[in-house]
Ligand binder design. Structure first.
Ligand code: PLP
Length: 368
């Protein structure tokens, strides 16, 4: 079986180091928010090129806590896209704010800045720019619109750990940046984990308080908080994975180049790199075709299991439909849900496996 992601292959690639780190944590006397979390926070902040990083329980919490830390909640509106993981939108509501969803750019599938002006109101407090599939959203245009309107820019970097925008790491540009370290992500734990990065030391402090019951001093809640702690096992594993992140992203880029080379004259629309400005880290290699469902069935018959990111836009999902505010046209988002397919791609994927995927796609092309 060849699947679109394979977290266990990455465990096996670093098994000895991970085993040693896990044993060290188990022998220690700190299992949550201890020395491994502190070291990870420092190493991750250095990696991103930012002053502070805060470990939290998962990527959804990272977004919720960033919003809460910026005192965004009840009565406020936060703009993001409908073409994203549902977590982005769930986090806005968890913070108490109202999500407002806009359409995406037809080339790069990230937030279309030209849609922002029409949905900004007095209540708009933040934009969450999602760096989808491994590539930066149009940060130049989004950041300047945020600045003109006095709105905070928050980056959702859950699919683009290590990617760059004009040479700078993603996550160092917005007021706060949120990362999921779910096992399939470019930087993945072996369980749930998340991080918030920021240059604002006071904001980092507030998020640290909120992640543990609002404590500044132990057992005294200074603000309303909750439990979103990161455990030592995940932090120790992430410290190892972080050292391999750039190398693994490079392998993803090489495999993406291989697919793009092999598939360029087929019926598929291939991912475009916003080159010159952004460096794509191919969290997912997403192709588009009107024959998506037929192709998916054909590939599954050959033991190849691509993913669909995402099959139903958030504004059309049962929990949200008719309830969240959207921009007038969501045409690109709605078309993507019917046409996208994520081909198998992860650093440990072998060229022979990628070549099987290419061969199966070309076979299907003969049938349509
Ligand atoms: C994975 C993901 C999240 C949520 O992360 P969890 O760790 O599952 O809570 C948020 N946003 C995006 C874009 C993601 O891909």
């Amino acid at each position: 079986m060849i699947a679109y992601a394979n977290p266990s292959a990455q465990f096996k690639a670093h098994q000895a180091e991970i085993g040693t780190a896990v044993a060290r944590v188990l022998q220690g006397n700190h299992y949550i928010l201890g020395p491994e979390v502190e070291a990870l926070e420092k190493e991750f902040a250095d990696f991103i090129g930012i002053r502070d990083a805060v470990g939290v329980a998962n990527g959804t919490d990272a977004l919720e806590l960033a919003l809460r830390g910026l005192q965004i909640g009840q009565g406020d509106e936060v703009i993001t896209v409908s073409h994203t993981a549902v977590a982005t939108v769930a986090a806005i509501e968890a913070a108490g704010a109202v999500p407002v969803l806009v359409d995406v750019d037809p080339r790069f599938y990230t937030l279309n800045p030209s849609q922002l002006t029409s949905v900004i109101t007095d209540k708009t407090k933040a934009v969450i720019a999602v760096h989808l599939y491994g590539q930066a959203a149009d940060l130049g245009a989004i950041a300047s619109l945020c600045q003109q309107n006095g709105i905070e820019l928050i980056e959702d970097v859950s699919q683009a750990h290590g990617a760059r925008w004009n040479g700078q790491r993603l996550g160092s540009i917005g007021r706060a940046a949120c990362f999921s370290c779910y096992p399939t992500k470019n930087l993945g734990a072996i369980g749930d984990a998340g991080l918030v990065a920021t240059n604002d030391i006071e904001l980092g402090k507030r998020i640290r308080m909120i992640r543990e019951y609002g404590w500044e001093e132990r057992q005294i809640s200074s603000v309303v908080g909750r439990n979103s702690r990161l455990d030592e096992l995940q932090a120790a594993i992430l410290r190892i994975k972080l050292r391999y992140l750039d190398g693994n992203n490079q392998k993803r880029r090489e495999l993406a180049n291989y697919y793009s080379e092999q598939l360029k004259s087929t019926f598929l629309s291939l991912p475009q790199e916003n080159s010159g400005q952004s460096e794509h880290v191919f969290h997912l290699y997403v192709v588009r075709t009107n024959h998506r469902d037929g192709l998916l069935k054909h590939l599954k018959g050959k033991g190849i299991h691509p993913g669909i990111h995402y099959p139903v836009p958030i504004h059309l999902q049962p929990a949200y439909s008719g309830r969240v505010r959207c921009s007038d046209s969501m045409d690109i988002t709605e078309d993507l849900s019917k046409t996208v397919l994520s081909l198998p791609l992860y650093p440990e994927l072998e060229l022979s496996q990628a070549s099987k995927v290419v061969k199966a796609i070309k076979e299907y092309e003969q049938l349509i």
